[in-house]
Structures are given as structure tokens and as C-alpha cells.
Design a protein around this ligand. Structure first.
Ligand code: 13P
Length: 256
């Protein structure tokens, strides 16, 4: 059975005094929700809040804390960087890798993302690996090719045992923070394409078990129809993850 996952990527939002009450609000709503228990819930705040968030959410079923990035180096003289082992030591269980904002603003390359994925797996953390095309590439009908290259270049060197530990997140760049969402047909088509690529490379046992999340203006209004798509296993949520009620409603949006 594929895992159902809703991950909240808080990005660079909320000061500490704003973040803590929001987390408590989410926690209270989750405590009251039986329906949310079976869903894997991940909250990825700015990394300096991870330890607090981990301590505060201990005991909540299937709730994990994640990081939004990590260094591809183990440790040492890399000023400003945070390593996978440091993130693990303060309670992170997942690391978002290759988000389009990191690819575009911080010029992260396929080779760097490959190393980040490797180091994350090496230390027993789960990568949430992001892929997705720009509007320009979609309009040029190159979206399938782009996504295939992103997966091939950074992930297809992995052994089947390692690859199956990864969570994939399809985030069309044109849908991130824009209010534009992929239609269910577009999301399903791409998720199916991604699963087929994985099947071709690693076989059905791996492809049928890997979770592929949708991200890009996913909210409490459109989550149910997106999560009803056969190849969509949940969401990677930006803006709507910063509102407790909306985030819980998204978690409640899986088909029964
Ligand atoms: P929005 O949900 O704000 O569009 O952001 C999506 C995202 O980038 C999650 O990683």
C-alpha cells in the first residue's frame, strides 16, 4: 500500500513567535482528528525551529518534522551550511531536496541534488525530491522530457533499495504560489508518466509503492479532486500549510 502523505513546506515564513502558536493550533486540530491519524503528516519549518517542533509534536501519530534543504557535505568548514546529520540530530526525518526555488534562486544543479539525496539517504532520512517544469517548457511541450531528465540526472543512479525510500513531489513551477493549479487531468497525466519512468527503470514492485505528491497551489478546495487521482498520493503544500484549518482540511481530503 502506497503511503498517503501531506507535507507542509513553510518556506522562509514566520518568526519564532508566530510559528509556535501556529504549530500549537495545528497540533490541537490533529489531536482531535481520528481521520488524520492514518495520513503521514510532515511539517518542514525553517530549520532553526526543527528541534522545538519535534519536541512539541512528539506523540502525534504519523507526524514528522522535515527540513527544506541540507548541505551535500558531511561536516566541516562550510560557513552557513546545515548538514543532514545535524538536522537528524534535532529531530528531522525528511528533507525536501530540489525544490524549484532552490534550483532557480540558488542555482542548485542536478549534480548537487544527487549528492544531497545520497547524503540524506546515507543518514537514514527520507528525501522528498521535487521535480517540475516551467510554463515555458510546458508550452513548448517539453514538460515530460524535463521531468524525466530531472529524475534521471539526480536519482536513477540509486539502487532499487535506496530509490524506493524516496518520496517524489511533482511541482509544476507555474503553479507554485501563483494560485494556478494543474488540472486533475494534467496532474494525473504527469504522475502517471513519472510512475511509468520508475517502472521502466526499477520495475513494478518499486513503482507501485513509491509515493508521488502534487505541489503547486494545492489547497483545501482542490485537494480532494487531486488526491482522488489514481497516481497522486498526497500533497506538498506551501501557502495553505501556514493556515491551521486549511492544512487539516487538506489532510482530510483523501478518498475514503
Ligand atoms: P504553494 O502551495 O504556495 O503554491 O507552494 C507549493 C510549494 O512550493 C510547496 O513546496
Amino acid at each position: 500500500m502506497r503511503k498517503k502523505i501531506v507535507a507542509g513546506n513553510w518556506k522562509m515564513n514566520k518568526t519564532y513567535s508566530e510559528a509556535v502558536p501556529l504549530l500549537y493550533e495545528i497540533k490541537d486540530l490533529l489531536f482531535k482528528s481520528k481521520k488524520a491519524e492514518s495520513v503521514i503528516k510532515i511539517i518542514a519549518p525553517p530549520s532553526l525551529y526543527i528541534h522545538d517542533f519535534y519536541e512539541t509534536t512528539k506523540g502525534l501519530k504519523n507526524l514528522f518534522v522535515g527540513a527544506q534543504n541540507c548541505s551535500y557535505e558531511e561536516s566541516g568548514a562550510y560557513t552557513g551550511e546545515v548538514s543532514a546529520t545535524m538536522l537528524k540530530s534535532v529531530g528531522a526525518a525528511y528533507i525536501i531536496i530540489g525544490h524549484s526555488e532552490r534550483r532557480s534562486y540558488f542555482k542548485e544543479t542536478a549534480e548537487e541534488l544527487k549528492k544531497k539525496t545520497e547524503i540524506t539517504l546515507k543518514h537514514g532520512l527520507t528525501p522528498i525530491f521535487c521535480i517540475g517544469e516551467t510554463m515555458e517548457k510546458r508550452q513548448a511541450n517539453e514538460h515530460f522530457k524535463i521531468v524525466e531528465a530531472q529524475i534521471t540526472d539526480s536519482l536513477f543512479h540509486l539502487s532499487p533499495a535506496d530509490f524506493q525510500k524516496i518520496v517524489l513531489a511533482y511541482e509544476p513551477v507555474w503553479a507554485i504560489g501563483t494560485g494556478l493549479t494543474a488540472t486533475t487531468a494534467q496532474a494525473q497525466e504527469m504522475h502517471h508518466h513519472i510512475r511509468s519512468l520508475v517502472e521502466k527503470k526499477y520495475g513494478n514492485a518499486v513503482s507501485s509503492e513509491i509515493s508521488i505528491l502534487y505541489g503547486g497551489s494545492c489547497n483545501e478546495k482542490n485537494a480532494a479532486e487531486l488526491f482522488a487521482c489514481p497516481d497522486v498520493d498526497g500533497g506538498l503544500i506551501g501557502g495553505a500549510a501556514l493556515k491551521a484549518k486549511e492544512f487539516i482540511e487538506i489532510i482530510h481530503s483523501f478518498p475514503a
